[in-house]
Write a protein that binds this ligand. Structure first.
Ligand SMILES: Cc1ncc(COP(=O)(O)O)c(C=O)c1O
Length: 316
């Protein structure tokens, strides 16, 4: 895509650092785009404002990296309408959303290119590694070359481009292909886990969940709850520690990129001019155990423990 020194690339603010680091590897400048409150994914309002401002300044980004957080699709119709109007390509970071759908097409089938992750914690895993997909053969060919030490098409070892060793071994690829056969079962299992959490916890005043945007079916890779501080006095970390004391492991929500020491001087475009959403999501949310193999009784134990701890204000 020919992105390099001096180019701007927009990226979702509420994500894992891996969405941002490659922008810096190529010497480009990231701009963090806030979340919308419903889907927790990239805010079309923030994207529109950033594009308008940058068009006026004559510095439109070379790409927009849209993340599908926790396996739920971003609001792609609204986002793509904007990127198409401004002529900026979209790269989907579908690392967490393999098996999800948006508008009857797989998550990751809407941008110019997309990436999936098969890291150890993902819905299917090869222990490490991932895949890049695109329907542009030239981009796929270029990526394949850069990922395999940049060998030119010659009989001897010949190299014209600086490149990398990012390829996946055939053994790991085989392990991944085997799991593709059970991907839809895993999505069904994670969605059932999500539904049970909603049934068990949504009656507690102040407990909220990440919404699915219209026309999408998430893979519910992680179920994440939010605790409204106006209703629940407990900080998510207090809940996390109380659950740990009962042998239940939970994790903090992703810390927004603009709050990371590594990225502290990078531009951030908030959802509304006077309202940022992603820091609030970070400070009020907690990732619950969501593994595909979790049993109903294990999950009932988690629901009971969360209910109990919240009812006692963290005293139990
Ligand atoms: C949103 C997101 N992007 C990128 C990555 C990086 O994927 P990998 O670990 O396969 O490099 C991850 C997770 O690991 C992720 O959650």
């Amino acid at each position: 895509m020919d992105i390099g020194e001096g180019d701007r690339v927009y990226v979702s603010d509420l994500t894992f650092a891996a969405s941002v680091q490659p922008i810096l590897y190529v010497g480009a400048e990231p701009v963090f785009i806030d979340s919308e409150p419903e889907s927790w994914n990239m805010s079309p309002a923030a994207l529109e404002r950033a594009l308008e401002q940058d068009k006026r300044a004559g510095r439109l980004p070379k790409a927009v990296i849209v993340v599908h957080l926790y396996g739920q699709s971003a609001n792609m119709n609204a986002l793509l309408k904007l990127t198409e109007a401004y002529g900026v390509p979209v790269i989907e970071d579908a690392a967490e959303s393999l098996g999800a759908n948006y508008g009857n097409r797989p998550s990751g089938a809407h941008g110019l290119m997309s990436v999936y992750s098969f890291n150890g914690n993902k819905i299917i895993t090869t222990s490490g590694g991932g895949a890049l997909v695109s329907d542009r053969p030239d981009l796929v060919e270029r990526a394949r070359k850069l990922a395999t030490q940049g060998r030119d098409n010659a009989e001897h070892y010949q190299h014209s481009d600086l490149s990398y060793n990012y390829r996946m071994s055939n053994v790991l690829a085989g392990i991944g292909r085997g799991q593709l056969e059970v991907l839809s079962d895993r999505v069904a299992a994670r969605r059932a886990i999500f539904e049970r959490y909603v049934d068990g916890l949504s009656k507690i005043p102040g407990v909220g969940f990440q919404m699915e945007v219209e026309g999408s079916i998430g893979n519910r890779w992680l179920t994440v709850i939010s605790l409204d501080p106006d209703e629940i006095a407990l900080h998510p970390y207090q809940l996390m520690r109380s659950l740990k004391a009962r042998g239940i492991e939970t994790r903090p929500a992703w810390k927004p990129m603009q709050m990371q020491p590594l990225f502290s001087d990078i531009q951030f475009e908030p959802h509304m001019p006077d309202r940022a959403v992603s820091p609030g999501l970070f400070l009020t949310s907690l990732c619950l155990p969501s593994g595909s193999a979790m049993s109903v009784s294990e999950q009932e134990g988690v629901i009971e423990a969360v209910t109990d701890i919240l009812a006692s204000g963290g005293q139990s």
